[in-house]
Design a protein around this ligand. Structure first.
Ligand SMILES: Cc1ncc(COP(=O)(O)O)c(C=O)c1O
Length: 444
């Protein structure tokens, strides 16, 4: 079914509510990436009433196909997967909370260890940032050392933002440039030291110059690891008795059934999984070798809602469905095809293009001065056609060939216009609102 019949009313009820939200909620929303300004300031629908498969309905009843961040990567099986939702509904009927513990956390721990035989023990949390903070606490306790070398984005907590104390640009290149460490105790300065991805020497130097006890990194984000990069890090960590942690909150289940490190055959000492583990329900995990994880018993890591039942129940069902459907293969193949088609479209209209990300988290950039304006224009025009779209697609199993074809049918003339703008047409006259924001920026 085509989306073209869909009459989209932009600048509707959602924008009105967002204006109110900005007065009531600092930052407007709890997640930077969901701020409407990141997509289409003053026009983005902002709020949803319903989400199902890869479709989203806004407050005015407009229906969109989500060809953007899909809840920021939480729903590989699509929104509201019937089997996962049924399992959750069953828990609601039986009870989500009690003084006694839920059995599901034990079974989930068992399954995650089965998928990652190098690990022996698991702790659960409900957000990726929490899982990262838990891992750092356990690792510091186990290593008896404080200094951490990092490469990637690892959440909002003090331990991580400490990397920007004294040098606001340290975290540039690690997903979110401009993150300010205001409110982070200055005493943490020097405890977290970033190294550059695919630059083994930069890590080696950190290890030579500092008493590093932990290396925490994303296995791969926008580019693939150079041959030997991950292997060299593993060797370095082992030789110096450093705990190696892979943060797979985002990369997990995108290309393999479990952590992406399985593809590269390099095993960490600890790992975090998050995002899609519960297909939209909050559940994240910290896995690790027994001798390290046991350190959790010598410190205090404990939280009420880490014991609720919906999270692990959703995860158990999600694992079952992902395994059955081989979802990681399907989303990888869809993502590869999207990347190739973006490339072909850019070639057709003689525009430069850079394709990045894991295939299932594919993104593009048009490296031209007006890129942010073009990106805004793409979102603006695709919204009118009933698509939530920017420059990255977090693929789910509900993104069928038919949907992808339709997306490209509508994207083609938009890219044609971008090309015309490079040849004299004025992009400013085509934009119906402000240009989208990039990275971290204050809202007011
Ligand atoms: C690799 C990685 N680690 C940690 C996080 C933080 O997770 P959360 O937003 O659930 O706290 C993210 C989120 O984007 C991530 O990509």
């Amino acid at each position: 079914m085509k989306n073209s019949g869909n009459k989209i009313m932009v600048n509707g009820t959602g924008q009105q509510l967002y204006k109110k939200a900005k007065k009531l909620i600092p930052g407007g929303t709890m997640l930077l990436s969901k701020r409407p300004e990141m997509f289409l300031p003053e026009q983005w629908p902002s709020y949803f009433r319903k989400a199902k498969g890869c479709k989203v309905w806004d407050l005015d009843g407009n229906k969109y196909i989500d060809m953007s961040i899909m809840g920021i990567g939480t729903n590989i099986l699509g929104y509201g997967h019937p089997e996962v939702d049924d399992a959750v509904r069953n828990v609601i009927d039986l009870g989500n909370m009690s003084t006694l513990n839920c059995t599901e956390e034990v079974y989930l721990a068992e399954q995650l260890i089965e998928l990652h035989p190098w690990a022996d023990m698991v702790r659960f949390a409900r957000s990726g940032g929490e899982a990262n903070a838990i891992a750092i606490r356990i690792a510091r306790a186990a290593a008896g050392k404080e200094k951490v070398a990092i490469c990637g984005y690892h959440g909002w907590h003090d331990w991580y933002l400490a990397a920007n104390l004294g040098d606001e640009s340290s975290l540039d290149g690690h997903l979110l440039p401009g993150l300010e460490p205001k409110g982070v105790p200055r005493k943490l300065k020097g405890t977290v030291l970033p190294f550059a991805y695919n630059d083994f020497e930069s890590l080696e130097k950190l290890v030579q110059d500092h008493d590093i006890g932990i290396i925490k990194m994303e296995v791969s984000r926008s580019i693939a690891p150079k041959k030997g990069f991950l292997e060299s890090i593993r060797k370095l960590a082992t030789e110096h008795n450093i705990i190696l942690i892979f943060d797979e909150c985002t990369s997990g289940f995108r290309e393999t059934f479990g952590g992406l490190h399985k593809k590269y055959g390099v095993e960490p000492d600890m790992m975090m999984l998050g995002k899609t583990l519960g297909n939209g329900y909050a559940i994240t995990a910290v896995l690790g070798r027994r001798e390290i994880m046991k350190a959790a018993e010598e410190t205090f890591i404990s939280s009420t809602f880490w014991t609720e039942r919906i999270g692990p129940t959703a995860a158990l069902k999600t694992l079952e469905v992902m395994d059955r459907e081989h979802s990681w293969e399907r989303i990888t193949s869809t993502g590869k095809s999207i990347g190739q088609r973006w490339h072909a479209l850019a070639e057709k209209y003689e525009l430069p293009i850079e394709i990045g990300g894991l295939p299932a988290l594919v993104n593009f950039n048009i490296p031209l001065d007006n890129w942010m304006k073009y990106k805004t224009f793409i979102t603006q025009e695709m919204l009118k056609k009933g698509f939530l779209a920017a420059n990255s697609v977090y693929v789910c199993t509900e993104h069928t060939n038919e949907i992808i074809d339709e997306y490209f049918e509508y994207l083609d003339p938009v890219i044609a216009t971008v090309s015309e703008c490079e040849n004299g047409k004025n992009i400013n006259e085509l934009l119906e609102g402000p240009v989208c924001y990039t990275g971290f920026r204050r809202l007011n």
